[in-house]
Write a protein that binds this ligand. Sequence first.
Ligand code: URP
Ligand code: ZN
Ligand code: ZN
Ligand code: ZN
Length: 485
Amino acid sequence: AEFDLVIRGGTVATATDVFRADVAVHNGQIAAIGENLAGARTIDAGGLLVMPGGVDTHCHLDQVEMSMGYGAQDFVTGSRSAVLGGTTTAISFVSHFKGEPIRDILAETLKRGQRSIIDYSFHQILADPTDEVLAELPAIVAAGIRSFKVFLTYDAIRLDDGQFLRVLAAARREGAMVAVHCENYDAIGWLTEALLAAGLTAPKYHAWSRPKVVEREATYRAIALAELVDTPIQIFHVSCAEVAEEIARAKRRGLKVWGETCPQYFALTAADMDRPGFEGAKFMCSPAPRDEADHDGLWAMMRQGVLDVVSSDDSAFNTTGHHAKDQNGPNASFRDIPNGVPGVGARMPLLFSEGVVKGRIDLPTFVGLAATNPARLYGLGGCKGAIQPGADADIVLWDATKTQTITNALLQHGVDYTPYEGREVTGWPVMTLRRGEIVMQDGEMVAAEGSGRFLARGPYELARPLGRLANGFDAAAYDRPGATR
Ligand code: URP
Ligand code: ZN
Ligand code: ZN
Ligand code: ZN
């Protein structure tokens, strides 16, 4: 036989087309797409969709927290849940804390990644762009970490505008993408004080502390500052259409600005945080889930290509226990409950069921949002997220008609709950291959811990600056660590 493996008789779905074909795999890569291909092994994909394995470019797996603690989801549980849900590539985060150098956390994080089952990379968080930290960046980028993540809110890590400009300048020099958490820090602080003063402390007031305008203002500001420095950026976790509209306007001006949303913004609402007792805390994430009407707006923005990516933002806290949602007690105010929801495994089934099955997006749009676009945006295009010759044979076989009730046990992640418990979805992955190797079959993970590979990301076109500068003056070139100012 010519090839190692042939996936026969399925319906191939890419970000542009849907067609009947066999897919041949050789040496871990896709070798051919065509008819009547022959391989040493055959997988019958009759009646199934054959799609690129999902690419989740925003999930917090094994992220080092303050004082070297870790989140509930590590690389083993996170990547196990990922393959069960059809995802084969993840980008997690290297933490950074104010006043500390990055190198020790980087070394520790790279070591933790070695337990992954899926292929993985990292974004570098920058919490404090001092000269010392900026001087570390060329080595970090050379190590294959070609994207920076910044937060415009959260007490311990947020950047003010001046600090954000320095990160944008560093990214411009390095050819790195910048991912931004956009919420107005001072507005959230001011609203939170007022809510607490009014005695409004239940989980549902989390949403009241950060309404849409708080996110929209920060999104506008992030885009404007990125335009000033001429640095490509992605706005993370866009919660609603009026925030996405800022991205649409930037795109119309020809700027390199991309948008991400997450299942929690089309599958949950602020009302979920209004469940009795502490239940609401399970649905708390930032930005906050909005309302039913906002879901329609998000789908429109996905259809229009304003939102390019659906990531999980898996940021998992157990309900109870160490560093859990209830770490400050079951009556803690919303301010003191950690933010984030798990979702690395549920991401693709939720997007497929809510999107494709309900007729809100077509199948190529699904593949683009879940796999192809995130791969391209973070420098993995051609290698990940694509069914095309030369790409890694990361493939998910998907039963588009199978109905499944999501339960926490089914997801096999490292967390004691899922916000989607009891939800019925249509469409479910039945087999996942990573570089041609079966890593999930019928809901069982069958890969070895540590078989995932670190993806070093080199220079790529999407992360290159446009070359549009006010007055033609490249201020970033003068904002170097140690430059005389
Ligand atoms: O609430 C969230 N999203 N927590 C995770 C960290 C982040 O902001 O992405
Ligand atoms: Zn964020
Ligand atoms: Zn996140
Ligand atoms: Zn902890």
